[in-house]
Write a protein of this length. Structure first.
Length: 160
């Protein structure tokens, strides 16, 4: 039952994010057209004379011109595009915070002269008696970020 609910929610979000209608609160000029003179094929494939899209809210005879000479009318974004933008913003904030936290430790290690290979070996030694067969990905990422920081700050001789 839970799986069916997730399928329905995902189908609803896909349908809402791929809608090709103009927004209801648009400030652009609405072009009036008689519904009977507009062929549905022009609206469905968007190859009409002025690249018009059907205005789904309100009267059925309203047509919105999305490509005007003054500037391009920005269509309302779908749910998936908004979600993607929000996740990218969260990721950027996290990576910025992560660098702020990691850089002081990187500076201390660079002052001590710890190389990239020594750091990787330290992680391997620490994991020997833990029961895991390899180095966890978090340790590998930390070592990779240290190596990138060494290259960025001009300490490439430590990034061996």
């Amino acid at each position: 039952m839970r799986l069916l609910l997730w399928v329905l929610i995902s189908m609803l979000s896909i349908a809402l994010s791929s809608c090709a209608a103009a927004s209801a609160d648009s400030n652009e000029r609405l072009v009036r057209a008689v519904y009977s003179t507009v062929r549905s094929r022009d609206l469905a494939t968007d190859d009409g004379p002025k690249h018009t899209k059907r205005f789904l809210r309100g009267e059925s005879s309203k047509i919105v011109n999305l490509k005007q000479e003054e500037g391009v009318f920005e269509e309302r974004k779908g749910v998936s595009q908004k979600l993607t933008k929000a996740l990218q913003a969260i990721k950027a904030r996290y990576l910025k915070w992560e660098q702020k936290v990691l850089v002081p430790g990187f500076k201390k290690m660079a002052e001590k002269g710890v190389t990239y290979s020594e750091l990787r070996d330290t992680f391997r030694v620490r994991m020997m008696n833990s029961g895991r067969w390899g180095t966890p990905s978090g340790f590998k990422r930390y070592a990779r970020l240290y190596s990138e920081w060494l290259h960025r700050t001009g300490r490439s001789h430590l990034a061996k």
